[in-house]
Ligand binder design. Structure first.
Ligand SMILES: O=C(O)CCC(=O)C(=O)O
Ligand SMILES: [Fe+2]
Length: 308
């Protein structure tokens, strides 16, 4: 089974911005570093009033995505993309199948039921201990953590995972990520390099009201409109032509764009890439408590090894 680890895992939340400085003490980045990485003129993430945050938060909860184009300075994008390209050839490749929720097969349901529709995903991932210094410096910057905590209105901590805390997804020609919900409530990505063609991040507004809500009819509607997959969903009332249309949007992917998305509730996919240039996207993981790391099973699946 393919499981997303790209994550902001949350078990608690707070209703104000008072957590914005959570876990800033353990970082190795100094305050002056961040200005060489982040476009502070457009995104003054150190500004305590952060006037652009309210609009981003509204976009996140209404559309499922908050996007910050030109977040990373061009020189930092070039450096990070160069480092990712160097690391890419030895990145572990996942070629697996998963259903929309990334859950196990349900043998009590018919084989052709939506819950048992398994779709192929192919992606490689550069592990945390293989990423270059530019991305590492950004991930460890206390200012980034404080900014994301303020946006999401909860304390955040970097993952304590030497393999899967901050990684880079590599999509080679023809690879794609099938439609799915993430396990984690929020995901943070940073575009480093677009494919020649394709490799678009497509997403719906939040469809699930909770982690227990499968949003079956909406999922079926999207898959019928967007894919060739055949499946049944008895009793959904939508028939073969699909139910109420669910809007599907394409996110901007210009290199340097930081994106925060509600991956647990918004159904999303990466379309197949075309051409020899790899699609490179960094995935920055955070959790709502310290000490979180991926399970050995997930580490093995994504990076081909486990940490001690
Ligand atoms: O590559 C991306 O833009 C996001 C991929 C994704 O949805 C995931 O890894 O869970
Ligand atoms: Fe995802």
């Amino acid at each position: 089974m393919w499981m997303a680890v790209q994550c902001v895992t949350t078990s608690t939340s707070t209703a104000d911005d008072s957590c914005a400085s959570a876990d800033t003490s353990s970082s190795s980045a100094s305050a002056s570093d961040i200005g060489s990485l982040v476009n502070l003129e457009a995104f003054p993430i150190e500004d305590v009033s952060r006037p652009f945050l309210a609009a981003a938060r509204t976009a996140l909860f209404e559309t499922g995505v908050a996007s910050f184009p030109d977040f990373l300075r061009p020189a930092a994008v070039a450096a990070a993309a160069g480092e990712a390209t160097l690391a890419s050839p030895t990145a572990f490749v996942t070629d697996s199948e998963h259903n929309a929720w990334q859950t196990e097969r349900n043998t009590s349901l018919p084989a052709d039921h939506l819950a048992n529709l398994f779709m192929r995903t192919r992606v490689a991932s550069v592990a945390t201990d293989e990423i270059g210094p530019t991305l590492k410096r950004l991930y460890e910057a206390p200012e980034l953590l404080a900014f994301l905590s303020a946006l999401l209105q909860r304390p955040l901590f970097r993952l304590d995972d030497p393999i899967g805390a901050c990684t880079i997804n590599v999509f080679r020609e023809g690879w794609h990520h099938a439609w799915h919900f993430d396990e984690a409530e929020f995901t943070v990505t940073l575009s480093l390099q677009a494919a020649d063609e394709g490799g678009h991040f497509v997403f719906t507004p939040p469809l699930r009201t909770s982690a227990d809500d499968p949003a079956n009819a909406a999922v079926a509607s999207v898959l019928r409109a967007q894919t060739e997959h055949a499946f049944s969903l008895p009793g959904d009332g939508t028939g073969e032509s699909g139910g109420a249309a669910v809007p599907v949007r394409t996110a901007p992917f210009a290199p340097g764009t930081l994106q925060v998305f509600a991956g647990r509730d918004s159904f999303h996919a990466v379309t197949p890439t075309r051409g020899p240039r790899e699609r490179l996207v960094a995935v920055l993981c955070f959790a709502s408590r310290p000490g979180v790391r991926n399970s050995p099973a997930v580490q093995q699946m994504f990076w081909g090894r486990t940490s001690s």
